[in-house]
Design a protein around this ligand. Structure first.
Ligand SMILES: Nc1ncnc2c1ncn2[C@@H]1O[C@H](COP(=O)(O)OP(=O)(O)OP(=O)(O)O)[C@@H](O)[C@H]1O
Ligand SMILES: [Mg+2]
Length: 352
């Protein structure tokens, strides 16, 4: 934008305007002198008559120039203003298909072209947002519908008094499981919504990141044992200034994904190393991995690359992680190969 601004022509005082005025004045002056001389000659040196005709001629010419000038101003200033005004009225009335053509498509970039370009950008971003919003709502409704239907069906089945005790237990555990998933989904949506829509206040404090990672890994002990996964950790101590609750979101999602997408008896490796002024956290697994095409989309909301695990989540975990990293400052990257495994790498600034 800065580059374009430097090209802006000042429409009021441009060289072109000065040039046109000088040419017009010269033409009027030269032609009036010529007329005066001509009249003087044909009227036998009647100077009064020549002067009167000359003055009338200059007045008429000035009037014509003023009309031409007003017409040019109308074309250069009022028409684009009218077009922009009409466009803003259409946008205000909800028409997000409005796109304006530049006034000077072949180069000259004036204030109107910049306003038009900004207006176009604004409408494109508005219409993208409204598409995203409606996609988000339809995704949420879709994700909520399934667990609610399950809860309804099983609760109805449980009203049947003749149901065997065994079945009752099975239905109840499905109900508990499904309501947990539902509550997890709602809590993730609320977290994302909070992170995206509000002014975030990060409560940064100094803490020992290595210790915090170890504590969080321990929370997954049972899940890891249940899948007979072998876990290795190489976690160094280092201090960091950040918000613990955000770091927890990152750890929970990366570790739970590693467990979810690793087969029984698989292997997970978690490391935390200090490299220069950065904490480098790596969560690796030798699980199902992912293709490049999947890898490109994993941070999108509700995207799930692996359909066989789609019941175990909603595809919001990594979207949350990405948003959190954006907020606290840092980087996240992924290296993965189908059937070989995946490594997520998070880079955060440390305290010296
Ligand atoms: N460690 C991993 N190995 C293989 N694929 C992964 C791994 N982590 C994430 N993915 C892929 O990225 C997708 C998105 O991950 P994300 O954590 O956002 O969603 P989810 O785990 O499916 O659901 P949720 O996190 O909401 O419970 C996953 O569905 C999966 O396809
Ligand atoms: Mg996940």
């Amino acid at each position: 934008m800065r580059k374009k601004k430097s090209k802006v022509q000042n429409s009021k005082y441009s060289i072109k305007t000065y040039f046109s005025i000088s040419i017009m004045v010269s033409i009027v002056a030269a032609s009036s002198i010529f007329l005066y001389a001509f009249l003087d000659f044909i009227s036998n040196h009647n100077r009064l008559l020549s002067a009167i005709v000359g003055v009338v001629y200059i007045a008429v010419m000035t009037f014509i120039c003023m009309v031409l000038d007003a017409r040019t101003k109308h074309l250069e200033l009022k028409l684009p203003l009218r077009t922009i005004l009409d466009a803003t009225e259409r946008i205000t009335n909800g028409d997000l298909s409005v796109r304006l053509e530049p006034i000077h498509p072949w180069g000259k970039f004036d204030e109107y072209d910049i306003i038009i370009e900004n207006l176009n950008k604004m409408v494109i971003s508005l219409s993208n947002n409204s598409v995203l919003k409606s996609d988000f709502i339809s995704n949420v409704s879709h994700e909520i519908k399934t667990p609610i239907a399950i809860i309804q069906n099983y609760a109805t089945a449980l009203t049947n008094e003749n149901i065997p005790q065994e079945k009752k237990k099975e239905y109840l555990s499905t109900l508990i499981e499904t309501s947990k998933k539902l509550s997890n989904l709602v809590s993730n949506i609320l977290k994302l919504n909070k992170l995206e829509n509000q002014d975030i206040i990060i409560e940064k404090k100094e803490f020992e990141l290595g210790e915090y990672v170890r504590e969080n890994v321990l929370k997954f002990e049972e899940l890891i044992e249940n899948k007979n996964i072998e876990l290795d950790c190489d976690i160094d101590d280092m201090k960091i200034l950040s918000d613990e609750s955000y770091i927890e979101i990152i750890l929970n999602n990366l570790i739970s994904n590693a467990i979810k997408f690793t087969n029984e008896k698989g292997h997970i490796f978690i490391s935390l190393k200090k490299v220069e002024d950065y904490a480098i956290l790596k969560v690796s697994d030798d699980g199902i991995g992912m293709s490049q095409a999947v890898g490109k989309r994993i941070f999108e909301k509700f995207y799930q690359g692996d359909t066989s695990h789609s019941q175990e989540g909603n595809g919001l975990g990594l979207a949350l992680v990405k948003k959190v990293i954006e907020i606290i400052g840092g980087e996240i990257s992924v290296e993965s190969e189908p059937l070989k495994g995946t490594t997520f790498i998070v880079k955060l600034e440390t305290l010296n």
